[in-house]
Design a protein around this ligand. Structure first.
Ligand code: SF4
Length: 371
């Protein structure tokens, strides 16, 4: 078992529910209830697994709805259970929750990286997305965060009408100069109010134009993962744990863990979680082969890809020996290339990243797709 993990804390509450969102969350009028904090702390205290953590990521939901006293209690529970030396501690915040006082408190409690859910600087786009904040609130929140946190990230969404607002949003983002940007294409998921509006989604050509505009405008950034860009040296350490298929422990409803070869998920329903925090909805021991496949798939989301030497050291095998047919097929299809001792996605492999996953999980589909 590896000794150091990334910790994910899921806060499943939001003030209002955005119509495109399919995350596990529920609406509440005020702050995160105390009964949830108690359950979360019980789960953390009872955790059986590694003792060291190198990152903590408060995601959701809306972690900025945590009262300062609640965040303090959770941080104390984490520090008692884990040795967390020089960690990256990220907290996701909605712009309309951000005040100078609250941001000061987050910093005092150990948060050293903020992830701000701006999504857009265009009021029409924000209205379409059903967000609580407008452009002015987003700008104020950016000011507050950048004055206090050297390391902060901005979440943005492209593809929502009016789609041409994307370039202006990127330009504004660039002026605020965060160290990290996550840029996701809007999706119209089943089981969300947006499922009925699928016909409003942009066509593939527009999607790709917006996708590549991101790195064109944010040209000082490294487009290091399909949906993530960072100033050199500021890739999200926590998310790199997922993309390198290393170990992580998730706390809170629906949170996933990957520990000692077992992928598990907490109870998804928040009431069920409150009654039994830490109980698993599912747990699956992965075979060595499954772990190798997932390791390759995750790495091929990264611009740097998978270094052949790293794979050999980790598994004592050659990636070409393990995936000769698949890698040959992916190279032939122009999705993957070899570059200075690494297999990495091409431009096309970035655009059609799920095709890489499909090819590695189900090689027969590659042949089917070619026919
Ligand atoms: S604030 Fe975030 S988690 Fe909550 S409903 Fe909106 S998109 Fe989903």
């Amino acid at each position: 078992m590896m000794q150091s993990v990334g910790i994910y804390i899921h806060i499943p509450y939001c003030r209002t529910i955005c119509p495109y969102c399919d995350f596990v969350r529920r609406g509440i009028p005020g702050e995160v209830p105390e009964v949830f904090i108690e359950a979360l702390c019980r789960e953390i205290t009872a955790f059986e697994g590694p003792d060291r953590a190198e990152s903590v990521f408060f995601g959701g939901g809306t972690p900025s709805l945590l009262a300062p006293s609640a965040l303090r209690v959770v941080m104390e529970a984490l520090r008692q259970r884990f040795q967390i030396n020089s960690p990256e501690i990220t907290l996701e915040a909605n712009p309309d929750d951000v005040t100078p006082e609250l941001a000061d408190t987050w910093q005092d409690l150990g948060v050293n990286r903020m992830s701000l859910g701006v999504q857009s600087f265009d009021d029409d786009t924000l209205r379409y997305l059903g967000r609580r904040h407008d452009d002015a609130v987003a700008r104020r929140a950016c000011e507050v965060v950048r004055e206090r946190f050297a390391n902060w990230s901005m979440d943005l969404i492209f593809g929502a009408p009016p789609v041409e607002s994307w370039v202006d949003t990127l330009e504004t983002c660039r002026r605020f100069n965060p160290l990290h940007v996550s840029a996701y294409g809007l999706t119209y998921e089943d089981r969300t109010p947006f499922a009925r509006r699928k016909d409003e989604s942009v066509d593939d050509e527009t999607y790709l134009r917006l996708f590549w505009q991101t790195e064109e405008v944010l040209s000082e950034f490294v487009h290091y993962e399909v949906s993530n860009l960072a100033r050199p040296g500021y890739a999200c350490r926590h998310n790199l744990i997922y993309w390198q298929n290393l170990e992580y422990a998730g706390f809170g409803p629906a949170a996933y863990s990957f520990l000692d070869g077992v992928r598990s998920r907490n109870l998804v329903n928040t009431d069920a979680y409150l009654r039994n925090p830490g109980a698993k909805a599912e747990a699956l021991r992965l075979s060595d082969e499954e772990i190798r496949v997932e390791t390759v798939i995750q790495h091929l989301r990264l611009r740097d890809g998978l270094f052949l030497e790293d794979y050999a050291q980790r598994f004592g095998r050659s990636v070409y020996a393990d995936f000769s047919a698949e890698t040959a097929e992916l190279v032939e299809r122009g999705l993957v290339e070899e570059h200075v001792g690494a297999l990495r996605p091409t431009r096309r492999g970035f655009e059609m990243n799920n095709e890489i996953g499909l090819a590695l999980v189900h090689p027969q589909r590659v042949s089917a797709a070619k026919r």
